[in-house]
Write a protein of this length. Structure first.
Length: 510
């Protein structure tokens, strides 16, 4: 059955509590950093690269000596990385051999609606007969009743034109009400888009470019991924969603699927492509020289949607769920032998540490970080905006049982309701306001952050974004031009539990 297949514990968690693993955790900086394999296309026809991914359950050793059942793209967590060229379309054929329906979304991709992974646009597993016995979802559970739900068979082709700025994208599950537990179990992978202009800059590349997918998890006594699944005996009672209200946090920090890993580096510049793939955990990342305890400066070169205009110096970087930051760290400033820790200044205890770099050897370095990184960043002016819209992101009551959920403009997600209609070509300003921390993500478009709390945005808010981290009580203005494709898209909070508990809305592009 599903419970066994999912391997989840039914222990409810206290609101906002961090789950505590019930297995021994390894000491930090012992496990080598894994690098997800790059997927090869199975065919190229008419200039379109075709990839195949089978979604399936595997048992893997994430913690040394502990066997953990995972839901994977292609047998690994993270899934295989897809590397693409700007403007060269790819088709990814996903086959679902998991015990539940799935939906694939390419986060940050400018994708036609048919391939964008609408939450009821399901790839069904063999013999699926409805959600009987399934648990771990947080929403209203009516996805199956949406008359527009597309129910296909075991495989589905997603086509991505990738006609967009080069950047680090990621693909992950997006099924209505069940996104958070599906990502937690392992359904996430990277997709890098490159182009000639970026490669001509001379940034660190090859083994000196590292994608780092950071995600927290917790492990139950039997080695399975712990998750506060809905206890069936509580179903239908008011307040039943309370266990997940703040989002689920684990006490183990994984980078590319390994706990607190270590990576040997040359004394040279490295380009680190950071992604926070956690369900709910926020990080404030900093590099610390373990020898003298000093925090080390680094350069931000890119945001969610590609390169900045010019590099920006930081000593720390807040990274909300789904955000990507492209940074360059110069390890040549450290003596050989130095351990440089990547720390999370928002963590406590073991979640204060993320991973470490061991400076292993002196090496030549002909990489550079040019003063001008890109010249194609859109600079939409306020005066160009034809419309300003307001959206609140707040807690509220939802569902038949009146349990707590998360709402946009006072409403929980409903696939049958039309929320916002935008016109291709229009420039719009959106004013967003939050009660607690909400990382707000828009599909299809990239935007610029105009203001935060009525003031200028932070130094790390530059560039083109697809996710803006609203802090508690904060408002922000973003500006975008709607470009790309007509159809039905989404915007939502990327705290994955908030998303499953209703904090998502429809966006019709006409
Ligand atoms: Cu990364 Cu709609 O999500
Ligand atoms: Cu949220």
């Amino acid at each position: 059955g599903l419970t066994a297949a999912a391997g989840l514990s039914r222990r409810p968690a206290a609101t906002g509590a961090e789950l505590r693993s019930a297995v021994p955790l390894p000491p930090p900086f012992r496990v080598p950093l894994p690098l997800p394999a790059v997927l090869e296309p199975v065919a190229t026809t008419g200039g379109v690269d075709r990839y195949e991914i089978t979604q399936r359950e595997v048992t893997a050793e994430i913690l040394p000596g502990v066997r953990t059942r995972l839901w994977t793209y292609g047998g690994t967590f993270p899934g295989p990385t897809i590397e693409s060229r700007r403007g060269r379309p790819v088709t990814v054929s996903h086959r679902n051999e998991l015990p539940v329906p799935t939906v694939v979304h390419l986060h940050g991709g400018r994708t036609p609606a048919a391939s964008d992974g609408y939450p009821t646009d399901l790839v069904l597993p063999e013999g699926w007969s409805g959600g009987h016995g399934e648990h771990g979802g947080h929403g209203q559970g009516h996805a199956m009743h949406d008359p527009r739900a597309v129910t296909t068979d075991l495989t589905r082709d997603y086509t991505f034109p990738l006609d967009q700025r080069p950047t680090l994208l990621w693909y992950h599950d997006h099924r209505m009400d069940f996104t958070a537990p599906a990502i937690w179990r392992g359904l996430a992978g990277l997709h890098i888009v490159r182009d000639d202009a970026e490669e001509a800059l001379g940034l660190p590349a090859g083994p000196r470019e590292l994608p780092l997918m950071i995600a927290d998890r917790a492990f139950a006594a039997d080695g399975s991924l712990d998750y506060p699944s809905l206890d069936p005996t509580l179903r239908g009672r008011p307040g039943v969603r309370e266990p997940y209200l703040a989002g689920v946090l684990g006490d183990v920090v994984l980078v590319n699927g390994a706990p607190w890993p270590v990576h040997e580096v040359d004394a040279a510049r490295y380009r680190l492509r950071l992604l926070n793939a956690s369900n709910a955990r926020h990080y404030e990342l900093a590099f610390v020289d373990e020898g003298d305890g000093r925090t080390v400066e680094f350069l931000q070169i890119g945001a969610d949607q590609g390169l900045l205009a010019a590099p920006v110096k930081h000593f720390a970087l807040p990274v909300a769920p789904a955000e990507r930051y492209d940074v360059v760290v110069d390890f040549s400033r450290f003596p050989v032998g130095t351990l440089v820790k990547l720390v999370n200044r928002l963590g406590s205890g073991r979640t204060r540490e993320v991973m470490a770099f061991r400076v292993a050897r002196k090496a030549a370095d002909d990489s550079r970080v040019p003063a001008v990184l890109s010249t194609d960043l859109p600079t939409w002016r306020r005066s160009e905006a034809v419309r300003t819209r307001d959206f609140s992101f707040r807690a509220g009551r939802m569902g038949e049982d009146g349990g707590h959920g998360w709402l946009i403009g006072g409403l929980p997600f409903d696939p049958a309701r039309s929320d916002v209609t935008v016109r291709l070509g229009d420039v719009e300003i959106w004013r967003l306001v939050a009660d607690v921390h909400h990382p707000v993500h828009l599909h299809l478009t990239g935007f610029r952050i105009l203001s935060r709390g009525g003031e200028a945005p932070f130094a790390h808010d530059g560039g083109l974004k697809d996710t803006v981290s609203l802090r508690p009580g904060e408002s922000a203005e973003i500006i975008t031009r709607w470009e790309g494709y007509r159809g039905r898209y989404l915007f939502h909070c990327h705290n994955a539990e908030h998303e499953d508990m209703g904090m998502m809305a429809n966006l019709q592009v006409t």
